[in-house]
Design a protein around this ligand. Structure first.
Ligand code: ADP
Ligand code: ZN
Ligand code: ZN
Length: 683
């Protein structure tokens, strides 16, 4: 009898049970002095195991909750193997936290209550799903030819589909039609979105279209009780539509029929701690084992997905036209080399021509969106007399100056202090901010555009629940003339009155060391451009402006032509030449210690032990290097890149290597933590 497990333990543990158990059944088992929740993995193992008197008995089995389906077990097993985590650790980490706290009896009671509640009110909750036109909400629009072709193609091919559709091309309508089909067939639909912020609008559209179907959402902002309830409704097959962030990819479904991954290129689909899984990639694997269609949608697909289309593993469905014939805004490159040079802190953030373009919008009653991907007032404070800078004492990073509450804040560890009146080192009273963040841009705009209504949306202005919605509503209601924001405003929002989008300082990413920086920048700028001209009539005069010192750059040339394909082709050629993903497969071994020497020593020893592994000839292990921000909260971090041309060889290599690393722990007491990150996003 194998039952995993408990965080921190590797494989399945053995228990004996009085009665028969089935795979996927939840049990409560003793572990040490506690009783913990476990999942029956493979019951009825060798008879000798059952006779082993050392085995402890299962304390109680959850009787009324249907067992987790075999495909769920398979998904979790795959994810644990692929991302190199303990099976039990991963299995329990992806269950609703509340489920692990309850006793078997409490779980059974909750289930009974849910079942009773849903039999009381009518509707499709118990699986008698209403089909046909009656199930749909008010007046779905007639599909455009492009949409119709995409919807048809979805049911004609078993391969994963990449829906490559311009912003505003009606991708959501394609998801809705595909969902309609699955619901008509009595199946459940799982929709994944990158961010909680994006769930309400999508939820509203699905709820409006399918008023008679039960929709639940799953994300980390739900209360534990809500999350358990929604999870149970999905698992029991009572919810027809499940909409959620990356963690929702592990939702057990009684009768799965379709998986949608919206904005599939978004880095948020990659979990960045614990089991570092990619929900997008797991969604594709899950669809494969469930034998159901999966749609990945984006206007700027990840180069991984794009390459899979080229290889024929995914099928590409193109929707280049925006609904209503609106064009993408014309892209204008504002060559900063040609502008009069003004230096220093009071140099305006916007060159004169851009400022005039904004003024023009204000006169016409239209809105402008200014993108600056850096929050706070200034990224660093500086003393001109002694060269003191606002270094974080706990991190290898500057503390950001936030003017509104006069603080210096570290965006890595959160360490916050009042801004000093004078330089802490030399007493000079004249310490000045260097550079510019959204807060300063907002302040400058208010001064440059007297009478204009300037608003700002970033992580600082939206910290309180509900503030983002309120701010967006103000923009929609036309109460804002100029909106300043970070990338947060570029995602998904359907602004009708914006006819000017400007990137204030986009060049940084052109020369960043991260090989994905260009891909992210292109995506960010195209998504931002997509916020303008959503209205066909306004599209005519919509523009995107880029303030750049490098107007000749190939990335901007492709953006200007709205040519993602050309950009992707060029990037993929570069990646192939440089031996980078998706042409090679990467993993990072990360180590954290009190000193960089201790972390590096661990990694060097790790590299040494790797040389004897059978797959070592197919794998390249690079020397340890510090990540861009090496010290965070007084912990030093180092990492080591592992690369292979073969995904399978890399997997085998890592699986054989990890136990050796575990065995090294005793010799490296200074190492606080280490972890392997498969398919890392940043290197
Ligand atoms: P995307 O998700 O590709 O950015 P949306 O699905 O949000 O695009 O569609 C953009 C707008 O066009 C939405 O307001 C949507 O209601 C509308 N729309 C989508 N498809 C159609 C259609 N076939 N006919 C009319 N309007 C449509
Ligand atoms: Zn000083
Ligand atoms: Zn810090």
């Amino acid at each position: 009898m194998d039952t995993p497990q408990h965080a921190g333990l590797g494989g399945a543990l053995d228990y004996v049970a009085a009665g028969p158990l089935e795979p996927g059944q939840l049990v409560r088992v003793p572990l040490g002095r506690r009783t913990v929740t476990g999942i029956v993995w493979s019951p009825g193992a060798a008879a000798s195991a059952v006779l082993d008197t050392a085995l402890r008995p299962v304390a109680e089995a959850v009787a009324d909750l249907a067992s987790l389906p075999p495909t769920w077990l398979q998904l979790v097993e795959f994810a644990a193997g692929y991302y190199q985590r303990g099976l039990g650790e991963l299995a329990l980490a992806v269950l609703p936290p509340e489920l692990r706290k309850l006793t078997a009896l409490q779980i059974d009671k909750r289930v009974a209550r849910l079942v009773k509640a849903s039999t009381r009110h009518d509707g499709p909750a118990m699986g008698d799903v209403a089909g046909g036109p009656g199930a749909a909400g008010p007046n779905p629009p007639a599909l455009t030819p492009e949409q119709a072709a995409a919807v048809d193609a979805l049911s004609a091919d078993a391969r994963p589909a990449l829906l490559f559709g311009a912003t505003g091309s009606g991708k959501t309508e394609v998801y809705l039609r595909a969902a309609q089909r699955a619901l008509d067939a009595g199946r459940q639909v799982l929709v994944l979105v990158p961010e909680i912020n994006l769930t309400p609008q999508l939820e509203a559209r699905f709820a409006e279209r399918f008023p008679r179907h039960r929709l639940v959402s799953l994300h980390s902002a739900l209360t534990p009780a809500q999350r358990l309830k929604n999870w149970l409704l999905a698992h029991l097959g009572q919810a027809d539509l499940v909409l959620g962030t990356r963690l929702a990819v592990f939702t057990p479904l009684a009768r799965p029929g379709l998986i949608v991954v919206d904005e599939e290129h978004d880095p948020s689909f990659k979990q960045q701690e614990g089991a570092r899984y990619s929900a997008r990639d797991l969604a594709v694997y899950r669809a494969h084992i469930e034998r159901i269609p999966v749609v990945l949608g984006s206007a700027t697909p990840s180069l991984e997905s794009w390459q899979r289309c080229i290889e024929g593993r995914y099928r590409r469905l193109d929707m280049p036209q925006r609904i209503g014939g609106g064009a993408m805004p014309a892209v204008r490159l504002l060559d900063m080399n040609q502008q009069p040079k003004e230096r220093g802190q009071n140099a305006p953030a916007l060159a004169a021509p851009l400022l005039r373009a904004i003024e023009q919008r204000i006169e016409r009653g239209e809105q402008s969106l200014l993108l600056l991907n850096r929050r706070g007032y200034a990224p660093v404070l500086h003393c001109g007399a002694c060269a003191w800078k606002s270094q974080c004492p706990h991190c290898s990073a500057w503390r950001v100056f936030h003017k509104l509450d006069r603080t210096l804040r570290c965006h890595h560890c959160g360490f916050t202090e009042r801004v000093p009146r004078a330089c802490p080192d030399c007493g000079n009273l004249d310490i000045a901010p260097i550079g510019r963040g959204t807060e300063k841009l907002e302040e400058q705009l208010a001064a440059l555009l007297p009478g204009a209504r300037v608003a700002r949306i970033d992580a600082d202005t939206t910290r309180l629940k509900g503030t983002l919605d309120a701010q967006l509503a103000a923009v929609h209601a036309g109460e804002v003339d100029v909106l300043v924001g970070t990338q947060m405003v570029t995602k998904g929002h359907d602004f009708r009155r914006i006819t000017l989008v400007a990137a204030v300082n986009p060049d940084g990413a052109l020369f960043a060391s991260d090989f994905r920086a260009a891909e992210r920048l292109f995506s960010l700028l195209l998504q931002a451009a997509g916020r303008a001209g959503r209205d066909a009539e306004a599209a005519e005069r919509s523009e995107m402006w880029l303030q750049t010192w490098h107007p000749q750059h190939a990335l901007y040339a492709a953006l200007r032509r709205n040519d993602f394909a050309a950009f992707a082709t060029q990037q993929l050629a570069e990646r192939q030449a440089a031996g980078l993903p998706p042409f090679v497969h990467l993993a990072l071994l990360r180590a954290e210690a009190r000193t960089p020497q201790a972390a590096a020593a661990f990694l060097r020893d790790a590299a040494q032990t790797a040389t004897d592994l059978p797959d070592a000839p197919h794998v390249m292990v690079y020397p340890p290097v510090p990540p861009p921000v090496a010290r965070v909260a007084d912990v030093e971090r180092m990492q080591m890149l592992v690369e292979s041309g073969s995904r399978v060889a890399l997997q085998r290599f890592l699986a054989a290597w990890l136990p050796q690393l575990n065995a090294m722990r005793g010799a490296h007491k200074g190492v606080l933590r280490w972890a392997v990150d498969v398919d890392p996003l940043g290197i």
